[in-house]
Every structure is written in C-alpha cells, then in structure tokens.
Design a protein around this ligand. Structure first.
Ligand SMILES: C[S@@+](CC[C@H](N)C(=O)[O-])C[C@H]1O[C@@H](n2cnc3c(N)ncnc32)[C@H](O)[C@@H]1O
Length: 297
C-alpha cells in the first residue's frame, strides 16, 4: 500500500447500487498492510467490509442504521480488534429513505432511522458534533493495540470547503493519512462553469492507533473568530490596516478608541504614540486631512 491509492475496479463486494459505497479492494489492502485478524464495521452500508472480512475468514461484527443499529444512541454492539468506519459525507448522499426504506426499518426495529441518520443533519456543525460523538464511542470500543481506519471526504459549497478530515476529532496515535482517488462520482460527469472551482476527486483514509486504554491523546479542531487586535502575532501596521479597512477613514481619536480596549493596547504602555508613528508610513497609510487617515490602497 502506498500513501495514494486508486481502485478503478471496486471488486465484487458490497452493492454498487448503494451510493457512496467504497471499494472492497481498499479493505483488502488495509487487511494485508496491517496484517489484521479482525475488522469490524458499524456503518457497513451495503456490506462491503463484511463481504471482504468473511471471504478472507477474519473476525468482525457488522451493523448499520439500515439494519436497526443507531450509533448515536445505542452501545457499539461488540468490542473490536480494529474498526473500519466510512461515515456519510454530511448530506451529500442521504441514506435513510433514499438508499434504503425508512419504513422497513420502522416496521422491523420500531424506530425512525431518519431522526438519527448522520446524513440528515441540519447543518455542518451538527454533523461534526454527531460524527465526533460516533468517533469517540467507537474508539472507546476498540481493543488496546487496535486501529481505526476512517474514510472521510471534503465538500465544497458556495465557495467554502467543508473538510471532514480537518474537523473530525482524532483520538489515538495518528499513524497515516492515505489519499484515495475517487472513481465514478456524479461530479465526474458534470462540467463546471466556475473556473475557480476545483472538483474534488479524492478521499482520505485516516489511520489511528489505540496505544493506551485509559488516557489517550486527542486532537480536536476548534473553529472560532479571532479579532486581530487581540492577537499577539500581527504587527501594528497590519492591525491598523485591518481596523481602517473595516471602518474606512478614521481620525486619530477614532483609531485610539478602536484600539484602547484591545490586547494590543494593554501590552504597550505607549500604544497611542505607536499608532501615530505607524500611520506616518506612506507606503501603507494616507493622510486625507489633518489627523485623519485611511489605507494607502
Ligand atoms: C458512506 S455509507 C457506508 C458505505 C459502506 N462503506 C459501503 O461500502 O456500502 C454510511 C452509512 O452510515 C450509516 N449511518 C448513518 N447514520 C447512522 C447511525 N446513526 N448509526 C449507524 N449507521 C448510520 C448509513 O445508513 C450508511 O449506510
């Protein structure tokens, strides 16, 4: 196995008609590369992992919402030696009620899969929170020494990249990120009028290992807004340019007012003098009238 994999032929495993199914060849390669004796999949979809594991005579437990297992609210059915996890890519492909009958699940298992389907989250933040809950639940059910193989993708919507790889919580020792090129996606057949749009034709396989049972390293991505005035790194030039870009022309008094409560001012007793000095630099600032400034460009 190399750090980039490609499987134009998905093999005879799982069901081609189940959208978003993955190639059984990837599962074969994972098993061979990591010399696995057991591999479980609790979002097994059309059964790709199960088919490979059974064909090779390995151990494993398999479940999915379409078989009445809800990972959000139920315990992981069995402790696992290793886990392959291929969650939905947010709402790119909706599963319950589209790839399988929600009514059949209600009749057979007594609950509506649509209410707990990860592919039916109302927004990205809800999806990430639920995905991360599922990650920690599965990682906790993993035997010490075991690995999680998590297949995730990125989505582009209205110019914004929503990256599962960036936002997913990463418990355990990060061992490998493998890029898997995609084949036969709906996007392959589309033409894009927006020349800035780069079609996404790859996914990532994240390989993490559980080296300890109780205390585990966890890497989390936090998205928040930062006010440049309160950061340590930006220079006075860049801070004042940002303030002026936001507000347009400003007098010195207005600039003082915009800065006075910030961290930038609190760590420099001569902050007003620093502002006066900085706006004198004609490469970046322009004086429009006495004591009034704007950015030079
Ligand atoms: C990308 S598909 C997996 C495809 C699979 N690897 C295959 O090759 O067919 C994601 C699966 O997650 C399942 N799923 C979504 N929400 C779930 C939940 N709360 N509990 C268990 N499974 C869930 C869906 O039913 C769907 O089958």
């Amino acid at each position: 196995m190399l750090s980039i994999v490609s499987y134009p032929d998905r093999g005879e495993y799982g069901k081609n008609s189940y959208r978003g199914n993955c190639s059984g060849r990837l599962i074969e390669d994972i098993i061979e590369q990591y010399r696995l004796k057991g591999l479980s999949d609790f979002m097994v979809g059309s059964g790709t992992t199960e088919d490979v594991v059974k064909k090779l005579g390995l151990r494993g437990t398999f479940a999915d919402l379409n078989r009445g297992y809800d990972m959000l609210n139920m315990d992981v059915p069995e402790r696992a030696e290793n886990i392959f996890w291929h969650p939905p890519y947010h709402d790119m492909i909706v599963y319950s009620g589209e790839q399988y009958s929600d009514k059949a699940v209600i009749d057979r298992y007594g609950f509506d899969p649509k209410a707990v389907d990860l592919s039916r989250c109302a927004n990205w933040d809800e999806f990430v929170a639920k995905m991360n809950h599922c990650m920690m639940k599965q990682f906790s059910a993993l035997e010490k020494g075991g690995r999680m193989f998590t297949l995730v993708g990125d989505m582009k919507r209205k110019g914004v990249l929503y990256s599962m790889l960036c936002d997913i919580i990463k418990p355990g020792t990060l061992e490998q990120i493998i890029i898997k090129t995609q084949h036969n996606c709906v996007s392959d057949r589309k033409t894009y009028s927006n020349r800035n749009f780069v079609p996404i034709v790859h996914e990532y396989l994240l390989v993490t290992k559980k080296d300890d049972a109780l205390i585990i390293p966890v890497s989390v991505s936090i998205r928040q807004k930062a006010d440049i005035r309160n950061l340590q790194s930006p220079s006075w030039r860049d801070t004042l340019i940002a303030v002026l870009k936001e507000n347009g022309e400003m007098s010195l008094a207005e600039l003082y007012d915009a800065i006075k409560d910030s961290r930038k001012a609190s760590v420099n007793p001569n902050w007003q003098a620093k502002i006066r000095q900085t706006v004198q630099d004609g490469r970046y600032f322009k004086r429009t009238s006495r004591g009034v400034y704007q950015t030079a460009s």
